[in-house]
Design a protein around this ligand. Structure first.
Ligand code: ZN
Length: 367
C-alpha cells in the first residue's frame, strides 16, 4: 500500500510541474487573449490553440491520466472515492451547483446574444467570449490596481490589513501569497487586471488573518468573490462617462461567464474520473470529454467552424487547477452564489457585519 504522504508528494510534484509548464508556454498568450484590442486578442487565441495542438494536448492527456490515477489511490487510502471527495456527488453543494447549471444558460444566452448583435453576427468568435464591451480607456496602471484592491476592504473595516499587504510592509502567509502572485497580476489587461487583483487580495487578507493558506476552495472563494462585488462598487464611483459604465458592467458579466463556465470544467473533470474508472490503464480522451462538457455551457452561442474548434479546445488551458486540485471550480460557484447575500448583510448593518466577518475570516478553514 502506498503511503498517503508519498502519494500527496507525488501529486504535488506533478501539479507543480504542470503549472510551471503552463506558466512558461501558455500564460503570455493567455494574457493577449484577454486584450481589449481585437487583433491582439485573436492573435492570442491563435497562439494558445497552437500550443495546444503542438504538445499541449498530449501534455494534458498524459498528466491528467497520471493525476487521476494518483488521486484515486489517495481517495481510496482515505476510504473514499475522488468523486465523493471532490465533486460533491449527491450532497447539498452538488445540488446547488446543478441548480446553477439549469438556470445559468438563460443568462449566458442573453449576454452572448447582445455581444453577437453588437458584432452583427449570429455566432460569436471564440475570442469574443471574454471580449470587453464599452471602453474603460486603457488598462488601469498597476499602482492604482493594487491600491484599489486594498480600498475594497474599507467597507469591511479591514483596509489596514490590505494596505499593509499591498505596500509589502506585512509579514505572514497572506503577504507571501500576494508577493508571489503580484508579477502575474501586473500583466492582466483591461479591467480584468484590477478585478483579479481585488480577488487575490481577498485571499491574501484571509490567509493573513487566519495564519494559513490551507483553506478549502468552497470557503476561500467566498471571501475573494465578495471582494469582486466590492470592486464593482468601488469602480462605479470612478466612472466618468457612459462608455466606462458599459465597460464596467461588461467586465462583471465576463467574470460571471468565467464562473458559470466552471460548470463545464467540473463536468469535464468528473467525466474524466469516471472514464478512468471504467477504462483502467487507458489514456483519458481529453478533447472528446472537454467538447462534450463545455459544449453544453457555451456551444449554442460560439462558432466552432474550422479553426474555431481548435480555439475552443484550447480553452482547457485557461485553467490548471484540475491538475492539482480536482473540483476546485465548485469554490467559484459557491462564492458567486454567496457574495450578493453577504453584500446585502453588509449594507443592512455594517458594524455588526464587520465584527462577525473578521472573526469568521480569522477562523480560516473552519469558517
Ligand atoms: Zn480565488
Amino acid at each position: 500500500m502506498a503511503s498517503i504522504a508519498a502519494l500527496e508528494h507525488e501529486i504535488g510534484a506533478l501539479g507543480q510541474e504542470f503549472h510551471k509548464w503552463r506558466m512558461i508556454n501558455v500564460w503570455k498568450h493567455l494574457v493577449n487573449a484577454g486584450s481589449e484590442n481585437a487583433a491582439t486578442r485573436i492573435a492570442g487565441h491563435h497562439a494558445v490553440a497552437d500550443v495546444f495542438s503542438k504538445g499541449g494536448k498530449a501534455k494534458i492527456e498524459e498528466g491528467l491520466t497520471r493525476m487521476i490515477g494518483l488521486q484515486s489511490k489517495l481517495a481510496a487510502e482515505h476510504g473514499s472515492s475522488a468523486s465523493k471527495l471532490y465533486f460533491h456527488e449527491g450532497n447539498a453543494l452538488g445540488k446547488g451547483i446543478a441548480t446553477i447549471e439549469v438556470n445559468a444558460g438563460g443568462v449566458l444566452d442573453r449576454y452572448f446574444g447582445f455581444k453577437a448583435k453588437l458584432n452583427h453576427t449570429d455566432l460569436l468568435h471564440p475570442s469574443e467570449i471574454m471580449a470587453p464591451v464599452g471602453n474603460w480607456g486603457g488598462s488601469v496602471p498597476w499602482d492604482e490596481s493594487r491600491q484599489v484592491a486594498a480600498i475594497c476592504f474599507e467597507p469591511l473595516g479591514m483596509s489596514d490589513v490590505a494596505h499593509g499587504i499591498a505596500n509589502k510592509t506585512a509579514t505572514g502567509p497572506g503577504q507571501e501569497f500576494w508577493s508571489r502572485f503580484e508579477p502575474r497580476l501586473k500583466d492582466i489587461p483591461g479591467l480584468m487586471g484590477p478585478r483579479v487583483a481585488a480577488h487575490e487580495m481577498g485571499h491574501a487578507v484571509h490567509f493573513q488573518l487566519s495564519g494559513t493558506d490551507k483553506i478549502h476552495p468552497e470557503v476561500a472563494e467566498i471571501v475573494s468573490t465578495m471582494q469582486e462585488a466590492l470592486f464593482m462598487k468601488e469602480m462605479a464611483k470612478r466612472i466618468k462617462n457612459p462608455q466606462q459604465s458599459v465597460a464596467l458592467l461588461s467586465d462583471q458579466l465576463n467574470a460571471d461567464v468565467a464562473t458559470v463556465e466552471q460548470i463545464g470544467k467540473l463536468n469535464f473533470e468528473r467525466n474524466a474520473y469516471r472514464y478512468a474508472e471504467q477504462h483502467p490503464g487507458q489514456v483519458i480522451p481529453v478533447t472528446k470529454l472537454w467538447r462534450e462538457a463545455s459544449g453544453k455551457i457555451l456551444g449554442n452561442n460560439i462558432s466552432q467552424a474550422g479553426e474555431h474548434a481548435a480555439m475552443m479546445d484550447a480553452r482547457l488551458m485557461l485553467w490548471d487547477q484540475y491538475m492539482y486540485r480536482p473540483g476546485y471550480g465548485s469554490g467559484y460557484l459557491v462564492g458567486w452564489a454567496a457574495a450578493p447575500k453577504l453584500l446585502e448583510k453588509l449594507e443592512a448593518d455594517p458594524a455588526v457585519f464587520q465584527e462577525t466577518y473578521r472573526k469568521l475570516l480569522a477562523k480560516g478553514d473552519s469558517l
